[in-house]
Design a protein around this ligand. Structure first.
Ligand SMILES: Nc1nc2c(c(=O)[nH]1)N[C@H]1C(S)=C(S)[C@@H](COP(=O)(O)OP(=O)(O)OC[C@H]3O[C@@H](n4cnc5c(=O)[nH]c(N)nc54)[C@H](O)[C@@H]3O)O[C@H]1N2
Ligand SMILES: Nc1nc2c(c(=O)[nH]1)N[C@H]1C(S)=C(S)[C@@H](COP(=O)(O)OP(=O)(O)OC[C@H]3O[C@@H](n4cnc5c(=O)[nH]c(N)nc54)[C@H](O)[C@@H]3O)O[C@H]1N2
Ligand code: SF4
Ligand SMILES: [Mo]
Length: 705
């Protein structure tokens, strides 16, 4: 009789940069091998559901393309020619290059560079300990959350909100500027539960008919960058029709009378031509919100990636205040839970040895920094050496022509610690093989939920792959960097953070890795006061306050509107560039991750741009034809896809494909800008003007597969 082989099922946490931060159940087949990955059923936010790309994680972790040995460049920069070397030689060479850069130009010539390939608190942020101990240039992490978080905090005063599981208790779930089906599937789990169990309605606000909108009862497709106009008109209707909660407003907000007066002219008739929506669409959306006490606003990042994105986030987050939705369970709003986790990161990040006088360079301006832009360098000397962990700037960072020129510099030393041979690793002098979350220990914070989650090591790494934490420690030793955090294991760091938060230790959470830190209802709904010192929601934010203890306000901050309003700073079309380009995530990739797996690549096919069929007709371009998108920043070759779920004049390019998937090796971020948006920096990935040309290249090239 064939008996099934016993399989250990272990619980852990998805490390990817995704608001869902799912609890996982992983089949461990042996000490080197995993089987299937499922969503944890004991985790009340994951509720047994995860995305398809992580369900097939075995394909990624056991990919033949994993890096397994340290590599030294053996051909010209970017040639992709490398030879294997030992770890000792690789680390010695990096240390030598860093010490040489320091000796010639000072410590700020070294710029360790990282982001959120893993969201683990130790493996992601430990690079800062080396940075601070050595006084290397700091990184101002702007690429993702700046515009959104600044806008949210401007109003509410605290980066937190209603329990995201309350969506299931709502009567109207408004999913605004997030394609949750693709980017955080669990939002749909809870929203559709509300529909099933209570007959709730789902509304989606986006700039094209996403799979999320296809599941909605109310779908609003507005022009990119006009969310504040819609928000103002909605609030106008609430005041006009007696649907504003005046009692709540006088207790919980700063200037409700001034807001009402200001909104008097922000009618649906005013907003319709700005947003492209009809007056009827705006009226009935506003009415639905105003007559549904339990309206839950789930605000995503997408609509903040516009040059007026912070203002838009603040304007939209003002609606539940005017409507008084916060009073009700199943009502209110949620964006991110950053503020509920109070982890002591001193040892992980070396915060105690940080020197605030060291310059801070904008992550999103890496192209400008590496090409010697004086402003981007803060008037200081050049960056001569870098170690990159957890990010792929040669693909994901804006203004790629500058990024490419920077990485091509012969005098720049680049070490890249990676799981795969990414576009960035290809530009490196030394490539180091990295572990995945299944092969190291870490601790994760829920972005879109309320859990703190353990991620224990489950299997051994392939070949000689090493965890980030160890590499940082090994380099510290060679560089003479001293800090107690270097003498601890990753597990000890996790243990320390847990214990200092009064949450037990590492071992206590191995069986049940998710620790529920949901604040009580009164606090989560700001019923005990909003996060500002006056306890009120601010319709009139102190825009520059957020920047006060940092590098000062950025962008055209002096022109920021005092109250929620449409702010005309987006990159609008002109005669030469008649289209607005939006570049949102692809369902089967995670930023540039998973582009290395065959299944994801096969599902996404290749770079494509969704264009309205009537626009294609006017352009004389056929569905499927190869096209070139052009603006002042550069040109990208892609392929046209006729799609009637987008407005005329707006085009959508989903996914950050590897540069090599584009016929001339230039990825979508060639077209996006690295200018710092007001008031606190961050790039506007979805705010680009372009023109579209046929390449007349027949059917050759363009698509990846
Ligand atoms: N499958 C997958 N999942 C991901 C990612 C991925 O690449 N792939 N990336 C992860 C990361 S790092 C993040 S930060 C999150 C981001 O996830 P989201 O919060 O969903 O943000 P975005 O994906 O940037 O954009 C979401 C939607 O905003 C829309 N949008 C763009 N401009 C506007 C506008 O002006 N107004 C409105 N109303 N909508 C607009 C886009 O069309 C898109 O559908 O997703 C994470 N999850
Ligand atoms: N056009 C356009 N561009 C965008 C966006 C967009 O919407 N449109 N979104 C932006 C956003 S929101 C973000 S957050 C950025 C994200 O951009 P990135 O932070 O660069 O995200 P990924 O592309 O996922 O790259 C993460 C890399 O980290 C590696 N990695 C994962 N785990 C580990 C580990 O434990 N150790 C080491 N050493 N490496 C590891 C992965 O293999 C992967 O190559 O992209 C931005 N770029
Ligand atoms: S939905 Fe997001 S957090 Fe959940 S498994 Fe997929 S990538 Fe990970
Ligand atoms: Mo992100």
């Amino acid at each position: 009789m064939n008996r099934p082989i016993p399989v250990a099922v272990r619980r852990t946490t998805c490390p990817h940069d995704c608001p869902s931060t799912c609890g996982l159940e992983v089949e461990v087949l042996d000490e080197h091998t995993i089987g299937r990955v499922r969503g944890s059923t004991e985790n009340s936010y994951t509720a047994g559901v995860i995305c398809a790309k992580v369900a097939r994680y075995a394909e990624r972790v056991h990919s033949p393309n994993r890096l397994t040995r340290p590599l030294l460049r053996s051909g010209p920069k970017g040639s992709g020619q490398f030879r294997e070397i030992s770890w000792d030689e690789a680390l010695d060479r990096i240390a030598e290059a860093f010490l040489a850069a320091e000796a010639r130009h000072g410590t700020e010539a070294v710029w360790p560079y990282y982001y959120a390939g893993t969201m683990g608190q130790v493996q992601r942020d430990g690079i800062n300990r080396l940075r601070h101990a050595k006084r290397y240039s700091e990184e101002f992490g702007t690429i993702c959350t700046n515009l959104a978080w600044t806008g949210w905090i401007a109003g509410t005063g605290r980066l937190a909100g209603a329990d995201p599981r309350e969506m299931a208790k709502s009567d109207l779930v408004v999913i605004w500027g997030t394609n949750a089906v693709a980017t955080q599937v669990n939002v749909m789990t809870h929203a559709t539960r509300a529909r099933k169990e209570r007959g709730a309605k789902i509304a989606v606000v986006d700039v094209y008919r996403t799979p999320t909108m296809e599941q909605a009862d109310i779908g609003l497709i507005l022009r990119p960058g006009t969310d504040a106009a819609l928000a103002c008109a909605v609030m106008h209707v609430l005041f006009r029709d007696g649907l504003a909660d005046r009692e709540y407003l006088s207790e919980y907000s700063d200037v409700p009378a001034e807001l009402e007066a200001h909104l008097a002219t922000r009618t649906p008739q005013w907003a319709a031509p700005i947003t492209g929506l009809s007056v009827g669409e705006i009226e009935s959306f506003a009415r639905a919100i105003g007559t549904t006490p339990k309206t839950f606003f789930r605000l995503g990042y997408g609509f903040s990636r516009q040059r007026n994105g912070t203002v838009a986030m603040h304007a939209v987050s003002s609606i539940p205040v005017v409507a008084g939705s916060w009073r009700h369970e199943g009502g209110g709003a949620f964006h991110n839970n950053g503020a509920i986790f109070r982890l002591d990161k001193t040892l992980v990040e070396g915060l105690d040895v940080r020197d605030p006088s060291v310059r801070r360079l904008d992550q999103s301006r890496i192209g400008a920094v590496l090409t010697g832009d004086r402003v981007a360098l803060k008037g200081g000397g050049p960056v001569m050496a870098t170690l990159i962990q957890n990010t792929n700037p040669m693909s994901v960072a804006p203004d790629q022509e500058k990024v490419r020129a920077g990485f091509a510099r012969e005098d720049l030393f680049v070490a890249v610690h990676e799981q795969f041979m990414t576009d960035t690793a290809k530009m490196a002098d030394i490539v180091l093989p990295a572990t995945t979350f299944l092969e190291h220990d870490d601790l994760y914070r829920g972005g879109g939920n309320q859990y703190l989650l353990l991620g224990p090591k489950l299997i051994e790494p392939p070949g000689e792959a090493r965890e980030n934490h160890r590499v940082i420690g090994d380099l510290a030793e060679r560089l003479g960097a001293v800090h107690p955090g270097f003498d601890m294991t990753a597990r000890e760091h996790v243990d320390h953070m847990l214990r200092s938060a009064g949450l037990g230790g590492f071992e206590d959470h191995l069986e049940h890795p998710a620790i529920d830190l949901q604040p009580p209802f009164e606090r989560a709904h700001f019923l005990d006061g909003f996060g500002h010192s006056d306890g009120r929601f601010h319709f009139a934010p102190e825009w520059t306050k957020v920047a006060a203890d940092n590098d000062g306000p950025m962008g055209p901050w002096a022109d920021l509107p005092r109250l929620p309003d449409q702010w005309a700073v987006t990159e609008e079309t002109d005669a030469e560039h008649p289209f607005r380009l939006v570049t949102p995530p692809a369902r089967n990739f995670l930023n540039s991750s998973f582009t290395e797996t065959e299944t994801s690549m096969a599902k996404e096919k290749g770079p494509r741009v969704m264009i309205h069929p009537d626009d294609l007709t006017d352009l004389g371009i056929a569905d499927g034809e190869e096209i070139r998108l052009v603006n002042a920043r550069g040109a990208v070759i892609s392929r046209a896809r006729a799609f009637d779920g987008v407005r005329r004049g707006v085009v959508i390019a989903e996914g950050i494909f590897p540069n090599s998937a584009h016929r001339d090796g230039r990825g979508i971020n060639t077209l996006t800008g690295d200018d710092q948006c007001a008031p606190y920096g961050g790039p506007a990935f979805h705010d680009n003007r372009v023109r579209i040309e046929a390449t007349k290249n027949g059917d050759r090239g363009g698509a990846a597969t």
